[in-house]
Design a protein around this ligand. Structure first.
Ligand code: 13P
Length: 246
């Protein structure tokens, strides 16, 4: 299957910086052999939709509401994201679980809202350092994914999963390719038990993926792409990762 390289810009950017970043990335892209997306702050969806129009890069949001619409101040509905050409919605990022109290059940609902509007949820799972050291990694990621499987049933083959060990995010500490593959294999087995089509689900790795380590991570059999934070804000690094996903 084609790999997916998705940037997660997090709460970075400005009108001027976004325009330069997108134009420079597009100028440096030859014929990419993988799928590419950028997850931009909601305020810039319209700007980035226009900048990406007709290009090979898809637009992603960094979140989506668990509600369909109505009196939910500050929330953005999946249907609204769809109007701005959003193809992917990141859901359950560890920063949202940690700072915004998102539970497994809320994340599962968010994935459901996205799917209901034809948006592919990129469901993030991952253990903290304390959980890894306590030998709980497999249990934690399986619990997080089980909620999404339970809520989304037969649609599960339409999701993307991102394994992002919390201790590797923004720290410069990357899981080794073997460590990442081991968790990806656990997730793949869980998905295969839920859906006979789960072999086509893309499993991304995220957490300090960069130009230097991308190729070895992406060479693992169950690593089908990357969710890139810091390196997605640097044109050459992002292009190198895209190149490594060929
Ligand atoms: P970094 O690549 O900056 O570690 O961030 C990873 C991430 O959280 C992507 O969603």
């Amino acid at each position: 299957m084609k790999k997916l390289i998705a940037g997660n810009w997090k709460m970075n950017g400005s009108l001027a910086a976004n325009e330069k970043l997108i134009k420079d990335i597009l100028a440096g892209l030859a014929q990419p052999a993988c799928q590419i997306a950028v997850g931009v702050p909601s305020a810039y969806l319209a700007q980035c939709q226009a900048l990406l129009a007709g290009s090979v890069i898809d637009l992603a949001s960094q979140d989506v509401s668990a509600f369909e619409g109505g009196a939910y101040t500050g929330e953005i509905a999946a249907a609204m994201l769809k109007e701005f050409g959003v193809r992917y919605a990141i859901v359950g990022h560890s920063e949202r679980r940690q700072y915004h109290g998102e539970t497994d059940a809320v994340v599962a609902l968010k994935a459901q809202r996205a799917l209901g509007c034809g948006i592919t949820p990129i469901v993030c799972v991952g253990e903290t350092l304390a959980e890894r050291e306590a030998g709980q990694t497999d249990d934690v990621v399986k619990r997080q994914l089980a909620a999404v499987i339970h809520t989304n049933g037969h649609c599960i083959s339409e999701i993307v999963v991102a394994y992002e060990p919390v201790w590797a995010i923004g720290t410069g500490k990357t899981a080794t390719p073997e460590m990442a593959q081991q968790v990806h294999a656990v997730l793949r087995a869980q998905l295969l038990a839920a859906s006979e089509h789960a072999d086509r689900i893309k499993l991304l790795y995220g957490g300090s993926m960069n130009a230097a380590n991308a190729a070895s991570l992406l060479a693992q059999p169950d690593i089908n792409g990357g969710l890139i934070g810091g390196a997605a804000l640097k044109v050459q690094d992002f292009l190198t990762i895209v190149g490594a996903a060929a």
